[in-house]
Design a protein around this ligand. Sequence first.
Ligand code: ATP
Ligand code: MG
Length: 180
Amino acid sequence: MRAKHAQAKKSRKRAEMDGGPMIERTLVLLKPDAVQRGLMGEIISRFEKVGLKIIGAKLVWIDREQSKKHYNAHVGKKFYKVLEDYIVQGPVLALVLEGVQAVENVRKMAGPTEPLKAAPGTIRGDFAHISMAHADTTNKSIANLIHASGTVDEAQKEIALWFKDNELHSYKTAHEEHVF
Ligand code: ATP
Ligand code: MG
């Protein structure tokens, strides 16, 4: 009984260290088209309004090596070359967001990969309209403004790839009383 109690206390402590139960972190990149079109503020504002906490932020101009690490799962696919050309064409704004089931929440806000299919109200649906067919015809990447981690596991790996521990910050937001 005592051991069980100690274990529960330990796992509670671990959860608190991670920000509390069901609190996740996710990696977001505002891609070169979002930066160059002046949409960073608009997009960040959406995350702030829903109460997600920005715990890391930096503007980075990545090279082809970092692209291959980040999009490792896509290296070798037909579209990888155009994707790499797209992601290295200018700086990206890398963010780490924290909140309740943040991975799923941010994917919902981003919308599906193809802007044509992304509903109004999503980032990709509100700020782009191109299609896979158009990308194929013009031999371009799908310029869809944002990357968001797909799973909690992917998020952990991606955050480690983009941020050092001392670049991630712990602080309280005014939202926490209501949403955490
Ligand atoms: P991201 O990983 O950037 O968040 P995603 O998870 O919605 O996007 P993925 O399948 O991981 O989509 O593809 C990574 C990125 O590669 C897409 O966001 C898009 O920019 C580009 N891409 C994907 N499929 C194609 C394609 N068929 N043609 C051109 N570009 C593509
Ligand atoms: Mg992806």
